[in-house]
Structure formats: structure tokens, C-alpha cells
Design a protein around this ligand. Structure first.
Ligand SMILES: C[S@@+](CC[C@H](N)C(=O)[O-])C[C@H]1O[C@@H](n2cnc3c(N)ncnc32)[C@H](O)[C@@H]1O
Length: 152
């Protein structure tokens, strides 16, 4: 695989990126697509949101093993039950809101990537799963515990 472009983001260090329960991703950035791939953006403007497949290029894939310790919980979880950047293959998936297109640049909101992260692919965001059918696993449990602790 090769990068089709790079993310321009306000984040230079991971500590600046919101994390943990209740974190929201409102930061704006640009998906800078290489000129040779610009024809592939034709008709993308009509979509409100995009999937962005990108690379955790500054991670250490092997270091954390298969058990992750997400900032949103004080309990460990299998890496494939998390969105941890330390995983066997350093592949990332973000959903961003498309604000506009300037040639080969896509202005987006909702970046959680470091500046310069390589982009492997972009696809329109579509889902056929009704919200009431989505289960949120340990994240819902962690939220419930945090709420109970807050009330206690
Ligand atoms: C929890 S991951 C989620 C990323 C994506 N939304 C996903 O689910 O695959 C986001 C974190 O990855 C880290 N990160 C962002 N860009 C990175 C990069 N280029 N290399 C390594 N880690 C990165 C930051 O610590 C950031 O808070």
C-alpha cells in the first residue's frame, strides 16, 4: 500500500488530542490528497461524512502486546476491542465531517490524527445499522461506572 495523501491537523503531539470518556473531536484539519489521486475525489462533495483510513506512523505496534489499557477505562481490554494505536497492524479509521473541497484538499472536522499522518484511503460514510441496534460493550459499562461514581 502507499499513501494517497497526508492529514494536516493542529496536533503535533499525541498529548494534545482529546482522550478518554466523553472526549469529543471537533478539531478541523485538511486531508491533502496527492495530485495524482485528485481525479478520485470527483463527486465526493455530496457526502457529509467520510471514513478515513490512515496509518499510526508514530506508534510502536509491537510494544503493547494484545492487551490494551484505554484512557477511557481503568480495566484492560483485548486490543481488538479497542481503538488503541498500539496494535499488530498500525491501521486507523476515523469518521470526519466534510466541510468543503479545495482541489485536492478536503477540509474536515473531527480529526484525531497527528499532523502529517499518512492517508491510505477515503470512503463515503454510510451506515445501515439503526442506532438502537448498536451495542457499545465495555465503553457503555465504563460510562455507567463513571456516572455512578460521580453520583456517589
Ligand atoms: C485512540 S486512536 C483512534 C484513531 C482512529 N479514530 C481509530 O479508531 O482508529 C487516536 C489516538 O492515536 C494517537 N495518534 C494520532 N495520530 C497518530 C499517529 N500518526 N501515529 C501514532 N499515534 C497517533 C493519538 O494518541 C490519538 O489520541
Amino acid at each position: 500500500m502507499r499513501a494517497i495523501g497526508h492529514v494536516r491537523s493542529p496536533y503535533q503531539i499525541t498529548a494534545s488530542i482529546p482522550k478518554g470518556l466523553g472526549a469529543t473531536h471537533d478539531a478541523e484539519g485538511t486531508l491533502e490528497i496527492l495530485p495524482e489521486f485528485e481525479p478520485g475525489l470527483q463527486d465526493i462533495e455530496g457526502f457529509s461524512h467520510l471514513y478515513v483510513l490512515w496509518v499510526f506512523d508514530r506508534g510502536k505496534p509491537g510494544d503493547a502486546g494484545l492487551i490494551a489499557h484505554p484512557p477511557s477505562d481503568d480495566r484492560p481490554h483485548g486490543v481488538f476491542a479497542t481503538r488503541s494505536p498500539s496494535r499488530p497492524n498500525p491501521l486507523a479509521l476515523s469518521v470526519v465531517e466534510l466541510l468543503g473541497r479545495d482541489g485536492a484538499g478536503l477540509r474536515v472536522r473531527g480529526v484525531d490524527m497527528l499532523d502529517g499522518s499518512p492517508i491510505l484511503d477515503i470512503k463515503p460514510y454510510l451506515t445501515s445499522v439503526p442506532p438502537e441496534h448498536v451495542r457499545r460493550g465495555w465503553i457503555a459499562e465504563a460510562e455507567n461506572r463513571a456516572q455512578a461514581e460521580g453520583e456517589g
